[in-house]
Design a protein. Structure first.
Length: 485
């Protein structure tokens, strides 16, 4: 048996998986998102560690596991002291405070240079802009108690094992030459952060490994623990997405679209998204949008509906939502994939008295599906698509994604695909024999509708792209007017 831990943005999860891929137990616990000021999103590292300890202890393991794997949310910045304890609140990847840094890097050309050299486009919640922001706004923190600019799973790893390190996936978007798969000090210098190199943990090509220093329920002290990869590539591992050109759609808080590659390659038509090194070899081209199920949750609250109403509401509105259109950019940090623009905000268009709440809900579901297609086109999807995440619970919404993308969606074996991926990665790291084909087999598929109107979806998708272009033009115009004023 292997335990997988996944520290998500708002939930900590743990699973116990047997050698043939069966989940023997699964537990979860919410984690708080703190909003200390407009545009700022933080978390308490101590609360996160307490949540991890709780969900693992609640698994009720009948015997000691062979290993533990840890994954978690990527990006953001977790300021730690030398022992791995927090010296300030963790800054979430949802945070927008570094938006002016990204805007400055755009104007100076640094944004484009970083993208050309790494395949990763800085966005406000990424580690590099956040470290630059702290260097300007709170240098005393960096000069004094802070010893590590960590990522979430690496913080958990250090607290459990004492090991201070990161893996190539989490390092990919933080001053790393993704083609050479190693950190590039020159990138730190470009960002004016050469004097902060000591804050970056060592990078392990294989996963960082150690032993638990404490007992966690049925996990005794001394159990082997591996950290990584972070949640996006962990989900790809758990879903069995390894063949170049194949993709993974994660319908979660982040609407993430990943495509496996056998080289670091070039980016898309404009600087956006991430090129992620996969531990052990290979890459993923990732387009993790800032939008996702949180946008649909907002719309459901707006119209007074619950998740259980979703399929019925979708049945009451035809494809195209009777002309209602939704642009799902509701994050205070704007968007990061398949384009980076901290200024964009969402819109609902086409409303009139004849429209219903079902039309608004369908427009939201279709808008998110168009965003996924946009991301997959930018990432270079050419093969099959697996799908996971909370959004797969609605068959009607999943079929909208299949119709818009124009491909069947193979539902990854669950529950908790990211935690399963972390457990499988730990099995590989420590040489634990498991049936990988059974671990990653799909459970069912959502096929495009037999009556799918391909031309209609293409026309509405083209209108969506035009709406996005106008939205970004409006943001540019507003910015120019503000500067002129």
């Amino acid at each position: 048996m292997i335990v997988g831990i996944d520290v998500g943005t708002s939930v900590a999860k743990a699973v116990a998986v047997t050698e043939d891929g069966e989940v023997a137990a699964a537990e979860s616990r919410p984690i708080s998102l703190l909003h200390p000021a407009p545009g700022r999103v933080e978390q308490d590292a101590d609360e996160v560690v307490a949540a991890v300890r709780e969900v693992v202890a609640r698994l009720g393991l009948p015997r000691a596991p062979a290993a533990v794997g840890v994954t978690g949310q990527g990006d953001g910045l977790w300021p730690l002291d030398a022992a791995g304890a927090p010296v300030a609140p963790a800054i979430s990847w949802l945070d927008g405070r570094a938006g002016p840094v990204v805007a400055e890097w755009r104007r100076s050309g640094l944004f484009a240079e970083l993208y050309a050299r790494t395949g990763n486009a800085p966005f406000p919640g990424a580690g590099a802009p956040l470290l630059a922001w702290l260097d300007r706004e709170d240098p005393a923190l960096l000069d004094g108690p802070m010893a590590t600019a960590a990522r979430c799973k690496d913080m958990v790893m250090q607290r459990l094992t004492g090991v201070r390190a990161t893996d190539v996936s989490d390092a990919s978007n933080l001053f790393t030459d993704t083609r050479a798969r190693r950190r590039d000090p020159g990138l730190l210098g470009l960002c004016g952060l050469g004097h902060r190199a000591g804050l970056l943990p060592p990078v392990a090509e294989d996963l960082p490994a150690g032993e638990s220093r404490e007992a966690l329920g049925g996990v005794p002290a001394g159990t082997p623990v591996a950290a990584g990869p972070y949640d996006l590539p962990a989900c790809a591992i758990g879903a069995g997405v390894t063949a170049p050109g194949d993709g993974l759609l994660i319908i979660g808080t982040t609407l993430a679209c990943l495509v496996a590659r056998d080289d670091a390659g070039a980016g898309g038509p404009e600087p956006a998204g991430q090129t992620l090194c996969v531990p052990g070899g290979g890459w993923l081209r990732a387009m993790p949008a800032m939008t996702g199920t949180a946008a649909l949750d907002w719309v459901l609250r707006l119209v007074g509906a619950a998740h259980g109403d979703l399929d019925a509401l979708l049945a009451q509105s035809p494809p195209g939502a009777n002309g209602v259109r939704f642009l799902p950019y509701l994050s205070p940090a704007g968007e990061r994939a398949p384009f980076v623009d901290p200024r964009v905000r969402g819109r609902i268009d086409g409303l009139e008295l004849a429209r219903s709440r079902a039309d608004v809900v369908r427009a939201a579901c279709e808008g998110l599906a168009y965003a996924a297609r946009h991301c997959f086109e930018a990432a270079g999807l050419s093969g099959e698509v697996a799908v996971c995440g909370g959004g797969t619970g609605s068959a009607a919404w999943a079929r909208i994604f299949a119709d818009v993308i124009g491909r069947p969606l193979r539902v990854a074996r669950g529950p908790e695909v990211g935690a399963r991926g972390a457990a499988l990665a730990a099995a590989r790291r420590f040489g634990v024999a498991v049936d990988e084909a059974a671990w990653t087999a799909g459970t069912r598929a959502y096929e495009p509708s037999p009556r799918r109107d391909a031309a209609g979806h293409d026309e509405r998708y083209a209108r969506y792209l035009a709406d996005v272009a106008r939205l970004r033009e409006d943001a540019d115009r507003s910015m120019r007017c503000h500067r002129d004023f």
